[in-house]
Structures are given as C-alpha cells and as structure tokens.
Design a protein around this ligand. Structure first.
Ligand SMILES: Nc1ncnc2c1ncn2[C@@H]1O[C@H](COP(=O)(O)OP(=O)(O)O)[C@@H](O)[C@H]1O
Ligand SMILES: N[C@@H](CC(=O)OP(=O)(O)O)C(=O)O
Length: 439
C-alpha cells in the first residue's frame, strides 16, 4: 500500500499544526510521500507565507529595502522550527534567497521558496529524504508544464526512495530557473506524484472535513459530501469550490487513483472520497453547489439569426481574435449570449463590439456586467424530474432574478446566472431547498 499525502498551508501554519501532521503521517506507514504547501494563515487576519514572499519580492524589484519583510518571513519558519524542537538552521538558505531577490531572479522563484523551505523543515521533522521539486517537476523554456518528462523523472527518482518530502507548487525549467503552477498548485504536485508512483490513494489534507456541499464561507455549517466523482468535482472546482485546484484532478483521474480530502484538525473523520465512478447515489438530488463572481455577458440580437449560416462562428471568432475565452454561451431564437470573465473583457470591450458589428451586422448588442454564475452539480439529477423547476422556485422565493439558465448536455449540472448582489443569497436559497428542506 502506497499513499501520497498533501498538506495545505492551513495544515502547516504553525508548530502546533505541524505536530498534528506528524501524528497523521506516523499513524500509517503507507503514507510515504509527503507534499507540503507553504505555511498558511494562523488566523483569519494572518498572511500566507506565499503572499509575504510576493510582497517582499515586489519591494526588491522596486529597489526598495526588503530586509525587514524577509526577516518577518524567516521568523515564521523559526517559530515553527523552535516549536518543534528541531536544531535545523535556515540561515544559509535565507542568505541565498536574499541575494537572489537582490538580483531579481524571478517572481516564481520568490513564491516557490515558501514550499521549498517548508519542505526542508518537514523532512527534518519526519526524518524523511528531502527532494527539491526543481529536480523532478519540469516546465519547458516557455514555462509550460512538461507532463511526460515529470512523470519519468518522478518515477525514476522515487522508485528507490521509500519515504520522501517533495515540496508542492513549483518545478524547474531547462535553464535551471524556477516556474510555479497557479495559486493553490501544490494540489497538482501531489496528484503528479501519486500518478508517478502508482499510489493506491492520494490524500489531500486541509482545514475542512472534506468537500462540503456548499462553500462554508457562504453557507453556515454545510454538510460534507461522502463520495463524489471526478466529473462532478471538476465542475465544482472549476466553478469556484477552491478545496482542490481544478487541474489537480487530471493526473490521478487518468489512472484511476482515488483522492481523499481529509481534515488535519479532525483526522478521525472520513472526509470526501473522489472516485472515477460509483454506484452510491448521493444523499440529496444534488452533490454540490459552487459559484464564481466577476462575469460579464454580451448579448447579440439579430432577427432570423438562426437561418444565417456561420453566424455563431463569426461572433466567436471575434472573441478568439481578441484572446478572450468564453465561459458559457446560452442562445435563443434570435439571440446568443456570451459569458466572459469581466476583468479580461473590460479593456477590449469597445474593440470587440465594433468587430462584432462588422462581422455579423446585428440589430442590437447588449452588455451586462457584475454577473455571477452558480453551478448546481449532481449525478443524481439525471434520474430526478423537476430539478430546474425547483431551482427557479427557490430563487423566485428568495426574490432573485435569474439572468440565465443553462443545462449541461450530460445532465450533470445546471448553471444559473444571477446579479453579483444576489450571489450569496442564491447559493443559500439553493442549499436550503435541496439539502435543508428538500421541498
Ligand atoms: N465546497 C467547499 N467545500 C469545502 N471547502 C470549500 C468549499 N468551497 C470553498 N471552500 C474553502 O476551501 C478551503 C480549503 O482550501 P484551501 O484554502 O486551498 O486549503 P489548503 O490551505 O489546505 O490548501 C476551505 O477552508 C473553505 O473555506
Ligand atoms: N502556497 C501556494 C500553493 C498552494 O497550493 O497553497 P495551499 O495548499 O495553501 O492552497 C499558494 O498559496 O497558492
């Protein structure tokens, strides 16, 4: 039995948290490969070490004095080392970091030091071998992740290493410089290691008892999900359920390794098991609800649009030509609506409108900003009638205007668009109808 265990920043924010992690790892000999994140927040108002590093490096780039900021980061680690009673010194590492920041060697390098240093502390604490992720997680010269090379290198390096710590979030480029995944990317490292060593299980330890039906920052004490499929999880993570990075699913999914989301602060709980497929029906019609804010919509209207061959393609080409990716595209008889990320769209807005006019000569174009999309996801929806009706009724009762509704062809999800101001109330209302009252 071989398990890969990833611990998020919240699980490693202090010496006290490290001790809980140590107990978890020592309780099961098959927990052989450990992927730590950088220390996270110790309290709601605290700052993650990764964010401290970005700020510190920002000062270095602006030629400001960054010694004080770097000292604060060093103190975070020293507090942990002292609390664990280790004799480890990071003086030399911090000297190298100070020099490299002064030489402005890169923002990714800066951010990666959070995981690098935490990996060293973790290896010393557990007595495991430390493997620098730069040696085994590989990016190409343009900074694109190289899956094949990584899989080979990880497989080779770990084949004769029984117990190791491999820091998450970053890897190396061919010229020896560092690249990182996007934020939350330690989840991806864990998944890559699990695939490379053909693990039996990938445990992802965080500060919640598994994947919850809704975001706990919006819904009070949401129930947790026992079993969820990769497909459902992908929909929920993509739509903003941040427990697991949405790209972390692919490597393990390919080879059918289940992921278990567990709570470092409540290790006795079973958490959520993420599997390829399951006969277990979810307790409720829906498996989960997730949403993201910050969308804009572009509605293009033209009479008889449906009979105009190539209409949609021409509109979409305008977005493609402006390098804007499309999130959703519900359509009517004489209208099509394109949902885009507001931030990306804003600066190119007028250019895109002019180009759509040129491309298809519409009767009217309407823009709407400050929209949120909410995904209601569940494998159980296929076998249940009236789900869309219940969604409408819940939102109508909560006085929320539905701007858009889009049912995925797999019948796995329904996406609704609402105004930014209604976002949280909508999630609450959906949770109530599907989970609390089950009306
Ligand atoms: N559906 C959900 N279920 C559980 N947690 C969620 C959900 N949606 C959002 N979250 C948030 O995700 C957090 C865990 O992810 P993250 O902050 O990346 O943890 P870590 O530091 O352990 O990697 C939780 O504390 C919770 O606030
Ligand atoms: N430390 C990085 C990578 C990461 O995965 O962190 P966490 O596991 O705390 O989400 C970040 O803050 O983005």
């Amino acid at each position: 039995m071989k398990k890969v265990v990833k611990f998020g920043g919240s699980s490693l924010a202090s010496a006290g948290q490290f001790k809980k992690v140590g107990e978890i790892i020592r309780a099961d000999k098959s927990r052989r490969y450990v992927i730590p994140s950088a220390p996270g927040k110790r309290s709601k108002t605290d700052t993650k070490v990764t964010d401290m590093l970005y700020t510190c490096y920002g000062a270095a780039v602006r030629e400001k004095n960054f010694s004080e900021l770097l000292r604060e980061i060093k103190e975070r680690y020293e507090e942990i080392i002292e609390g664990l009673g280790l004799t480890l010194s990071l003086d030399e590492d911090f000297e190298v970091i100070r020099k490299n920041f002064g030489a402005k060697i890169g923002r990714d390098y800066a951010a990666s030091r959070g995981e690098y240093l935490n990996g060293k502390v973790m290896a010393a604490y557990l007595g495991f071998e430390f493997i620098d992720a730069a040696e085994v997680i590989k990016f190409d010269a343009e900074g694109r992740f190289d899956a094949e090379l990584t899989d080979t290198l990880l497989g080779e390096r770990l084949s004769d290493t029984e117990y190791a710590v491999i820091p998450g979030f970053y890897g190396g480029k061919p010229d020896g410089t560092i690249a990182t995944f996007s934020r939350g990317g330690s989840d991806i490292t864990g998944s890559l290691v699990a695939k490379a060593v053909s693990a039996d299980l990938y445990e992802n330890w965080t500060d919640v008892s598994g994947f919850l039906i809704a975001d706990p920052r919006i819904v009070k004490n949401p129930k947790s999900i026992e079993t969820i499929t990769y497909k459902e999880l992908r929909e929920l993570s993509y739509m903003g359920a941040t427990v697991l990075h949405d790209e972390a699913i692919f490597p393990v999914r390919k080879v059918g390794i289940p992921i278990n989301i567990r709570n470092t602060n409540a290790p006795e709980e079973k958490g959520t098991l993420i599997v390829e497929s399951t006969c277990r029906q979810p307790k409720y019609t829906i498996t989960g609800i997730a949403g993201t804010d910050g969308f804009a919509s572009v509605t293009v209207e033209k009479a008889m649009m449906n009979s105009e061959v190539g209409f949609c393609r021409k509109v979409l080409e305008v977005f493609e030509g402006n390098d804007i990716s499309i999130e959703h595209m519900p359509s009517g008889i004489d209208t099509m609506t394109i949902f885009v990320n507001k931030k990306d769209f804003e600066e190119k807005e007028q250019k895109i409108i002019t180009e759509i006019h040129k491309a298809v000569d519409p009767d009217h174009i309407e823009l709407e900003a400050n929209l949120a999309l909410i995904a209601i996801v569940g494998r159980g929806m296929k076998a249940t009638r009236g789900t869309a009706g219940r969604i409408f009724s819940a939102l109508a009762h909560a006085n929320i205007n539905v701007k858009m509704i889009d049912q995925g062809s797999s019948e796995l999800n329904i996406i609704v668009g609402v105004r930014h101001d209604d976002f949280k109330n909508a999630i609450q209302a959906l949770y109530e109808i599907f989970v609390l009252t089950q009306l």
